[in-house]
Design a protein around this ligand. Structure first.
Ligand code: SF4
Length: 350
């Protein structure tokens, strides 16, 4: 059994040993560690919105938003701030506690950045945690996002440094590490993970997790994505990953980063309920609600609620700080709800 103190000195060889454990032993270890740090029956729920879609100059070979591949995706300009806030309100109503906003950029353009900051301020005011993924950031932009109230910044390492050149050539691994270090220095929390099933081997999966876990501080959120093969992207024909290897990856991430939220991210539509349950058993404790993840499909919210019910899982609650105006609206909502309930009960009694 692994020592569960937080470590930052993992080697690829010892992580490969974890991957090679008998499946049941690995899951037992991951579940034991999971229970030391989290309520095993709680899952954190986020919602993700694409605020600017397509025409990205980068060449990430898995991504339908790259302007280099013909995937039939409709490009959209930066969404209006008001529309983003409406979507955030809807997400809050379905039980999301964090609202993530993603834009397909190499880095945020100067002309759009003030609007992005307004989005962060507005979503924060709604009492939601805020997260953004906008590409590479400068130190100054990172600081401005922090000041606007951004809680998390998502920037994935994607894969191991060795396999990386097969996937992206327009941004370096060290660019990614630099953005992560700016985010950490600003005091924001980090969301960083990767994608599996892109044709990498298990040593690459170990290399990805080693690079995440050996950061000076573990990312608070670690999304593990299963590749969604999109027609027209260079990876649309890559061989399927054995589902148990995906679960192994979740379990090893849980063991290596015991206090992080490990997120079951893209690829959930290709997983049946049993596989998702195994992922929760292996230590995944965060998901995205909503019908799509940026541009790829995601299970509908009611299916997730049904699965939670079958498994006895509850969405993670957090204390939400509201400003006065929001608090007043919420109180009025609650009063209205009580009145509606009373009417309903009265009517039923007649
Ligand atoms: S993953 Fe992000 S950076 Fe890469 S092509 Fe897609 S939108 Fe652009």
């Amino acid at each position: 059994m692994q020592n569960t103190t937080t470590r930052h000195d993992w080697t690829v060889a010892e992580v490969e040993e974890l991957f090679a454990l008998p499946f049941n032993d690995l899951l037992f270890q991951a579940q034991t560690i999971h229970r030391q740090h989290f309520d095993p029956n709680e899952v954190q729920v986020s919602t993700l919105l694409s605020i600017k879609t397509g025409a990205c100059p980068e060449d990430c070979k898995y991504c339908p938003q790259s302007g280099r591949y013909n995937t039939g995706l409709e490009k959209e300009k930066l969404m209006e701030v008001q529309r983003v806030l409406e979507k955030a309100k809807q997400a809050r109503a379905t039980g999301a506690t964090r609202f993530c906003m993603g834009a397909a950029w190499k880095n945020p353009p100067k002309k759009d950045f003030p609007y992005v900051l307004e989005m962060v301020k507005g979503v924060k005011k709604l009492g939601l945690e805020t997260c953004m993924t906008l590409g590479k950031l400068s130190r100054e932009q990172t600081q401005q996002l922090k000041e606007a109230g951004l809680d998390y910044y998502n920037h994935n390492l994607d894969t191991s440094p060795e396999f990386y050149k097969n996937i992206i050539t327009t941004r370096t691994y060290s660019d990614r590490l630099e953005t992560l270090s700016f985010v950490r220095d600003s005091g924001m929390k980090i969301c960083s993970g990767g994608i599996v099933g892109m044709g990498e081997n298990s040593s690459d999966r170990a290399g990805l997790l080693v690079n995440l876990a050996n950061l000076p501080q573990h990312p608070e959120s670690v999304p593990i994505n299963m590749l969604v093969k999109v027609d027209g992207t260079p990876l649309d024909n890559v061989e399927d990953l054995e589902p148990f290897d995906f679960i192994r990856c979740i379990a090893v991430a849980r063991i290596m980063m015991p206090k992080s939220h490990v997120r079951l991210s893209a690829g959930r539509t290709d997983m049946n309920e049993q596989m998702q349950a195994l992922a929760f058993m292996a230590g995944a404790n965060s998901i995205f609600y909503g019908e799509c993840l940026l541009t790829t499909p995601n299970p509908e919210a009611h299916k997730d609620k049904l699965l939670f019910k079958k498994l006895g899982i509850n969405p993670e609650r957090r204390v939400v700080e509201h400003d006065d105006e929001e608090q007043e609206i919420e109180l009025l909502d609650q009063v209205q709800k009580k009145q509606d309930e009373a009417l309903f009960v009265d009517a039923a009694a007649v």
